[in-house]
Every structure is written in structure tokens, then in C-alpha cells.
Write a protein that binds this ligand. Structure first.
Ligand SMILES: Cc1ncc(COP(=O)(O)O)c(C=O)c1O
Length: 399
């Protein structure tokens, strides 16, 4: 076993998959140009909008930028509260801090690991000034968006879905995440561990034309080059003709642009998404089967596999009574060339949040879940043999 271990290439918990066509698309873009602000960005946006079934998509530098400009476009600002999940990557909450708002963490449901609807209803009921809800489709499993939309309407709250994990996932009615069927905007990330990769990259989808134009402006310094929109006519026009150099900054935006070679990669990856999703589903099903009668751990989100993008595969291990603690288990797995990760430390537990008014925050279900969580390798390129090895290693270490 030792010899086999040292010869084995490392199996990460998540990884992108690139083929020759992806590389050709990027190389062609680099050779031909333009390498930024060119037509491949629009092409990626159109492909993405078509795929998810939304009217508009705005591609940006990363998923965090997508959340940030979505919050800005929604008009979220000081005095506003935004409810989100504690069981998420920090960006979901940080985006609300960027715009001066206050994130409120509403506890999760232990089955879905997404925000619990009863807790969410209670959170919305007990607080005023809830400007928006940011549901996070944790590990790729969609939240019950029909119910969240109803809650949002009742509380006059906008809905921004954080679908960084959930490109290709479907709601219970079969409609794709990103279609904004139940939300104002949906954000995505194309970081390499996600469903498709563009290097860094992200996007916002929406069906609202006004939000779409705001998003376009916000990703580019708040600039408009549309002469019909110009506010300072004297500066914009000479003898009734628009000045050729002129553009206007009308809002405080950012440079959150994606490059054309990233967009070309995103488009090429999107063409393969059905194969990516199929393989992830297969891997999740094989883990489910292998762990079905396991007493040392429990699988999570099992009933949602069909709808999920299966971005993460998370098991719960009662480390308090297990054969070894989590740090030791992760180290032992790493020695065997197996990468694992913990998704997530409840956001409010990070020192920044603890030092900024969140020292009393506590979501009991998210806390209990965090103590037991472990994400196992899942990605398109994971071979059957590698997965068998992961399963056997984990069982052996825990037994
Ligand atoms: C749930 C969630 N939201 C937002 C993001 C931010 O995406 P990015 O890393 O592309 O900025 C991530 C990335 O890990 C994420 O997992």
C-alpha cells in the first residue's frame, strides 16, 4: 500500500477539467484578440443566459464581484439588512458589507444544509428593513425558491440567489437555477473548483432590463458610452454631434471586467456542462451507495441529488466520538494523497465578524453541522478507481 500511495497523484477535493478545445479557444483569442472588452464576452453572456433561461447575463471578474454589483444594482445600502446563510463562503455576506448593509444570518436545515424556511420566516418577521434575501444553493442543491420568493414578497425583500455552486442545478419544478424564475438576480462563480471554469470569473443573470443596464455600468466604473443616456449635454456634444472621445461616469462602479480569453474558456466549458453534471451525479451516487450502511458517517443532501449540480459531496462524521478528530483524519487522508475540505465555518465565526458585532451570533444547526462536516473529492476527472480508493481509505481510517 505504501508504494502505491507514494506513486499516486494527489486527489484534490475539487478540480477543473480542460480539454484541447478549451485550450484552442483560449489560444485563438490570445492570437487574434481582442483580449479584453471584445465580442467573446458578449458571446459567453448570451450562451450563459440561453443555458439558464434568463433574458440577460453580465459576466464579471469573479463570483464575489457578481454578488457586489448585484447588491449595488438592487440599491442595497446603509441601514439595510440582508438575510443570508451562515453556511456559505464569506463572499455571500461580505458583498452586503461592501455596500454598507448588515448581513443577518438565518440558520440552516440539517437535511438540505440550506437556509431553513421556518427560521427564515421567523428572521424576516422579527426584523425590519430587510432589503434583500441572499439564498445560497449550498453544494449545488437549490433552495426552495418558490417559498423564498413568497417570503420575499411578504417582506418586500428582493431576492439575489448565490448560485456559485449551482450552475446546471434545477428547482423542484425542473426550471434551471439562473433563470431568475423566483428571484431578481442570480450570481455565479467560474472559479476552477466550480461546475465550469474560466480561471477567475463570475456572472449575474436577470430578467429585468433596468437591472441589466445597471449591472453593465457597475462592472465598468459606472461608465456609459450610450449617447442617449448622457447627462452633460454641453460636454457630450459639439454642433449636435456626439464627441468621439466622450464617455460619462454616472455611478460609482468598479473595474470588474472579465477578459475575452476567460470568456472564451467559459463558453467552451459551458458546451461540456451536461457531461460535467452527469459525471458529478454518478460520483455522488457511488458515494451514496458505498456509504449506505456505514455507521461511522452519514451522507447529506441525498434526496436532492437529482436536482443538485453536485458541486460538493459532504459527509457528516461525529468527530466527538469518532476514532480520530477531523484534523487528524484530514492529515491521514492527505498522507494518502487525498484532499478534503470543510465547507463551511459559519461566516459569523470568522474573526472579522466576531470583532464587528457578531460575537453573539449563533445558528445552532449550522454550528452542529460545521463540527461534523467533511467534503470528499468530487469533480469530472475523478476516476472510478480513485473514488474507490477514497472510499476505502476513509472507511479504513474511521473503522
Ligand atoms: C457560495 C459562494 N459564493 C460566492 C463565491 C465567490 O466566488 P469567487 O471565488 O468567484 O469570487 C464562492 C466561491 O467560492 C462561493 O462558494
Amino acid at each position: 500500500m505504501k508504494a502505491a500511495q507514494s506513486a499516486r497523484t494527489f486527489i484534490p477535493y475539487g478540480q477543473h477539467f480542460l480539454d484541447a478545445e478549451d485550450i484552442r479557444q483560449v489560444a485563438d483569442t490570445l492570437r487574434q484578440g481582442p483580449i479584453t472588452q471584445g465580442p467573446r464576452i458578449k458571446a459567453f453572456e448570451e450562451a450563459l443566459a440561453t443555458y439558464v433561461g434568463a433574458k440577460y447575463a453580465v459576466a464579471v471578474a469573479n463570483g464575489t464581484a457578481a454578488l457586489h454589483i448585484a447588491c449595488l444594482a438592487a440599491g442595497i445600502g446603509r441601514e439595510d439588512r440582508v438575510v443570508t446563510s451562515p453556511n456559505t463562503f464569506i463572499a455571500s455576506a461580505n458583498a452586503t458589507l461592501y455596500v454598507g448593509a448588515t448581513p443577518i444570518f438565518s440558520d440552516i436545515h440539517p437535511d438540505t444544509l440550506n437556509m431553513d424556511l421556518t427560521a427564515l420566516a421567523a428572521t424576516c418577521h422579527s426584523l425590519k428593513n430587510i432589503k434583500a434575501i441572499i439564498p445560497v444553493h449550498f453544494a449545488g442543491l437549490p433552495c426552495d425558491m418558490a417559498a423564498i420568493r413568497t417570503l420575499g414578497k411578504k417582506n418586500k425583500a428582493l431576492i439575489i440567489e448565490d448560485a456559485a455552486h449551482a450552475l446546471g442545478a434545477k428547482y423542484a419544478d425542473g426550471v434551471k437555477v439562473g433563470s431568475c424564475r423566483y428571484s431578481d438576480m442570480t450570481t455565479f462563480s467560474f472559479h476552477p473548483v466550480k461546475i465550469i471554469a474560466s480561471g477567475e470569473g463570475g456572472a449575474v443573470t436577470t430578467n429585468d432590463e433596468e437591472l441589466y443596464h445597471k449591472l453593465l455600468q457597475l462592472r465598468n466604473h459606472g461608465i456609459t458610452k450610450d449617447s442617449k443616456q448622457f447627462r452633460d449635454k454641453a460636454a457630450a456634444f459639439t454642433d449636435g454631434e456626439v464627441n468621439p472621445w466622450y464617455y460619462e461616469m454616472q455611478d460609482l462602479g468598479f473595474n470588474y471586467r472579465i477578459t475575452d480569453f476567460q470568456a472564451a474558456l467559459g463558453t467552451s466549458q459551458l458546451r461540456k456542462i451536461e457531461a460535467f453534471l452527469k459525471r458529478r451525479k454518478e460520483i455522488a451516487a457511488r458515494y451514496d451507495e458505498a456509504f449506505a450502511s456505514e455507521t461511522t458517517l452519514t451522507v447529506t443532501q441525498k434526496s436532492g441529488r437529482k436536482f443538485s449540480a453536485n458541486h460538493l459531496y459532504v459527509v457528516r462524521i461525529p468527530f466527538a466520538t469518532a476514532k480520530m478528530n477531523r484534523a487528524r483524519l484530514m492529515t491521514e487522508l492527505k498522507k494518502r494523497s487525498i484532499g478534503t475540505q470543510v465547507h463551511y465555518l459559519p461566516v459569523y465565526r470568522h474573526p472579522y465578524y466576531q470583532e464587528h458585532d457578531y460575537s453573539h451570533a449563533s445558528c445552532l444547526k449550522a454550528e452542529a453541522y460545521y463540527k461534523e462536516a467533511l467534503s470528499l473529492p468530487i469533480y469530472y476527472g475523478l476516476t472510478d478507481e480513485e473514488q474507490k480508493y477514497v472510499i476505502a481509505s476513509l472507511k479504513e481510517l474511521l473503522s
